[in-house]
Write a protein that binds this ligand. Structure first.
Ligand SMILES: *Cc1c(COP(=O)(O)O)cnc(C)c1O
Length: 405
């Protein structure tokens, strides 16, 4: 830690490559009895070095924008191992994805299906499509990351699947032989998976009875991680659920984990600027803020925070809020935590921020994007340097009419 601290200023993200690889291999191992491919959900952490880590393990990638597609190509994910998901793919994005020749596009509406057919026709290709269905299953997770309820915008109602398969059959440049489902993120309970996969299996049999071919099921991501001592889902039980629900359908299976693969690999290192006494608690004002890590305020996300320096066991802890310098009451990394007596310049590590941390950061308050570091054994590499203030302003211009002669 010392070397890193000596060369990179706070705040910064720091990831362990070892943990990412370990998680990937554990999932790979748990799924080895299934005909399964893992597609890393790039949105969880789109850094090129992170994608490359999974590419080297043989992973595919699940992308939700053309930007993510280009990251995958730059990081060496083979085009035939890329799946494109999302409710609002634009015509330009679809055209590019089809030209590049990715494995599959997951379609979320009938108009999208028509547009893909049109574009595929103009390019003279056949588009490999999966239909994302909404199984109306409660993933029992935070409201902002549940996606499989009928009131959510995602997928098409399961009961509409047959009519969409019928339309797809009439479209010359569409090949639809796959169902896809993703019910939400940070699932700690496996039962919602069982419920969703059971519905997908029933629909697969129903579609087959109607004469449609289905040879592929995309079973989504969402596996949760412990943020405050929760027990993460047992991968072997997950595998048993898969076997028990879709195991006899002889389909190829896809999984798209994001958070599970990268979440626990990352910390955010931040430095104490001031310690301010409030009523009944202290405010630890640090140099990291909600623009760097928005999970606490957006999702009520809990991240354990520990001092980087070791404290004596018997150091008396104090009730604290760990807050950033941004002018928003929502700018906190943690509230009501017991932390030892901290002073200016002490370093804190905010834990389990490898997923949806740097990925969701912004430059609010004109705070430049912060560095990301990848640790590999004894060595480390800066995999994203800090943005400069000049770069942060660089896209902007002042119109001539505002400038005096
Ligand atoms: C976000 C997303 C994932 C990954 O979710 P995690 O909870 O990070 O595993 C997988 N599939 C789709 C379609 C997604 O939108």
């Amino acid at each position: 830690m010392k070397t890193v601290n000596n060369t990179v200023d706070t705040p910064f993200y720091c990831y362990s490559m070892e943990i990412m690889v370990k998680r990937y291999r554990a999932l790979r191992e748990a799924l080895k009895s299934q005909r399964a491919t893992i597609y890393y959900a790039v949105k969880a952490n789109p850094n090129l070095a992170v994608i490359k880590t999974f590419a080297n393990e043989g992973s595919g990638a699940d992308v939700v924008s053309i930007g993510e597609l280009h990251r995958c190509l730059a990081a060496g994910i083979p085009t035939n191992k890329i799946v494109f998901a999302g409710v609002g793919k634009t015509r330009a994005e679809i055209a590019e994805a089809l030209s590049v020749g990715i494995y599959q596009l997951n379609v979320e509406s009938e108009p999208e299906l028509q547009v893909i057919n049109e574009i595929a026709m103009s390019l003279g290709v056949k588009a490999n499509i999966g239909l994302r269905v909404n199984p109306d299953v409660d993933a029992k997770t935070h409201a902002k990351i549940t996606t499989g309820l009928k009131e959510n915008k995602f997928g098409v109602d399961l009961i509409r699947a047959p009519s969409i398969f019928k339309i797809a059959k009439s479209l010359e440049n569409i090949s639809l032989k796959s169902l896809s489902v993703h019910i939400g993120s940070q699932l700690l309970d496996l039962e919602p998976y069982r419920a969703a996969y059971t519905k997908v299996a029933e629909m697969t049999l129903h579609l087959r009875s109607l004469g449609f071919q289905i040879d592929h099921l995309d079973l989504g991501g969402g596996i949760g991680i412990p943020y405050q001592g929760e027990i993460s889902p047992d991968l072997n039980s997950f595998s048993d659920i898969i076997q028990g629900t879709v195991g006899d359908l002889e389909c190829e299976l896809s999984f798209e984990p994001g958070r599970y693969l990268v979440g626990e690999s990352g910390i955010l290192v931040t430095r104490v600027i001031y310690v301010k006494k409030g009523r009944g608690k202290k405010f630890i004002i640090v140099d990291g803020a909600m623009n760097d890590l928005i999970r606490p305020t957006l999702y009520d996300g809990h991240h354990d925070i520990v001092p980087v320096q070791q404290f004596d066991q018997d150091t008396k802890p104090y009730l604290c809020d760990v807050v950033g310098p941004i002018c928003e009451s929502g700018d906190y990394l943690a509230q009501n935590r017991m932390l030892p007596k901290l002073e200016e310049n002490d370093l804190l590590a905010v834990k389990s921020v490898g997923a949806y941390g740097a990925a969701m950061s912004s430059t609010y308050n004109s705070r430049p994007l912060i560095p990301e570091i990848l640790i590999n054994g004894d060595s480390f590499s800066v995999i994203r340097r800090r943005q400069t203030v000049q770069e942060n302003m660089g896209l902007e211009t002042i119109p001539k009419w505002l400038i005096d002669e």
